[in-house]
Design a protein around this ligand. Sequence first.
Ligand code: AMP
Ligand code: MG
Length: 358
Amino acid sequence: MKLNRRFNFVLLLLFLSFCLQACTAAPEEDNQLRQFQRTFLGSFDTVTQVVGYERNEDAFNEVCDEIEKRLMHFHQLYTIYDDNDESNNLKKLNEGAAEKPMPVDPLVMDLLKEGKTFTLKTNGSFNCCLGSVLSLWHDARERAVKNPAEASLPSKEELAEASSHCNPEDLILDEKSHTVFFKDPELKLDLGGLAKGYVVERLARELEAEGVNHYLISAGGNVRSIGDGLPDRPWRIGIQNPDPEKQGLLDTVALHKGAVVTSGTYERFFICDGKRYHHIIDPVTLFPSDRYQSVSVQCANSGTADALSTALFNMSIEDGEQLAEQFEAAVLWLDNAGELHMNARWKEIRLPADAPHR
Ligand code: AMP
Ligand code: MG
């Protein structure tokens, strides 16, 4: 696991530095602003990168310290792997919410409401209650990374049994009593496909309300602008090529305001009998989805973009186009044959390599 993650960090850093090199010009209308950047690891097990325009470094550092602190707070609430002594995080819910309703922080309630809504809207292509199935794949990945020679897959029988405990109707969110209850004792939450995008969206809105402007945050492939964009000078967002052997970016888009989120098979995976098994699980086959190498989504809200990028992995392009349109989302698919597909909205935001940018 650790090896894969480290590899992933390197890829991501390369990608981001490429993308951000392309963003070094200061907004012309205020030449006192300078660009600053910071990268940090930790929250959500991933790399976060912040780019911002400020008059001085102290102002930038102050914003970044806040971002780092708030991301860690969200991480502690939303993790299914780490304990949190202060309140009922998702790990504690997975351990105890089938026994009795458990009180939760409003931030947990709100994420779960979003997760359940997306699960119902995507007909389970994104399913926040898929934890029983996902944990079998997670354990297989951990075992394989620790001891590659002993890599093995979850059995079809255990996957089928686990999949009978993934019904979102068994997740009872009581907003009046602020409690969460699982009607199915085997139900397990996994919000990994939504939480980072949701957090980035919340954080961006909080910072915007506090007056932060001209910033871009990227947390593990979840990119969101903060503050007003400059109409003639968009952020330029490079989409990583999942194949490390291939030079250059898959595509480049202009972002004035909003989010760009990518899900990819290169993010987390393990090898068994020479075959790669990645981390996005098709709820029909219960195996890693076999349609695409990556799916990128651009839309106003980064939580929506995150849930969509995971859901679209498990759908045909035709069905995905219809779902994306409900959210006015631009989408880029890279299929397993290496072919790029994009909807009309994506075509509108594509940038030629030499376009003006921030
Ligand atoms: P992302 O990289 O945003 O596509 O999220 C991938 C993560 O979402 C995985 O690591 C799992 O935690 C979770 N996940 C995998 N498959 C699904 C699915 N079909 N529905 C919901 N979450 C999923
Ligand atoms: Mg996602």
